[in-house]
Ligand binder design. Sequence first.
Ligand SMILES: [Zn+2]
Ligand SMILES: [Zn+2]
Length: 335
Amino acid sequence: MADWQNPWQAIRSAFFEPVRYFTDPTERVYLLYLASGLICAIAVFMIARRRDPANTPRSFLAYLFPRRIYLHPSARADYWFFLIDRVLSFLVLPFFVILIPAVARPAYSLLVILFGTPTGPLLAPGLGTNLLITLVAALAVDLALWWIHYLHHRIPVLWEFHKVHHSAEVMTPITAYRMHPVEVILNLNLTALVSGLVFAAFQYLTANSGMVYSVIGVDVVTLLFLLFGFNLRHSHVPMAYPRSISYFLVSPWMHQVHHSCEKRHIDKNMGFIFSIWDWMFGTLYIPARGETFVIGLDSGEAPKFHSVAAMYLRPFRNVLARLGREEKATSSKSS
Ligand SMILES: [Zn+2]
Ligand SMILES: [Zn+2]
């Protein structure tokens, strides 16, 4: 994020942001994750060809990079939005997002005030405790993301912003970044809040001796998730997990179903890593093998979002129109 104490340096760094994303392990389009996604796609292609050689393209390249998807106006809008939004996010987001330590430090102080300074670890240090911290932190953040995603689908004003993501009519890995800044800011702040609270709690319980297991700066749960086909969730490659696993983990295909505009799929599969939340709260949908669907918005509004300006501004326009309609309805009822 930008360091505004040196504005020229900040602006210069901002222009390299779109490239940096491909070299940063904490970002979804890190080259290693794209490469592992490619390997998963090869596996899906081989299985599909074995099952139905007549209906599968002969060439892997034709299967993986169809022009009708990668050159679609929806995909082209994604590329432009990625380029511009990465630069703007770098410059502007720091003003709107809290950081994990800003939550963890006061939360830890509060625990000390409430329960006293820990004299020793209440949880024994070691492998077991560290695995517990790693898993609980991942589950807590994932539940928070499920919940905020659920609210984006259920609260009309939030849906107007989340619609930007759902307005994609074809998907490529870059579609993961087709998200309105309002939604991004809510997600980042909630993630920092939950992570900060969990870290403070474990810091207290372990008397500062516990840690989250991380590799290349990413906790191992998220790392495994990103490596096992994450980038295929925004693609046309239907990578599915066995049905029994789909109750616990969101497969790429289950997220593709989340983008479907067919009635039976609306408001389903809102999980990020774990599908247990969808299972628990009744929003799980495990697609049948070979199930087909169209992605986009069921209102037919999707093509109107295929420009950078529309992605930024249309949600505000829609919110104002919605509020205007509600005001009209209230005044006609009272007259
Ligand atoms: Zn959604
Ligand atoms: Zn998505």
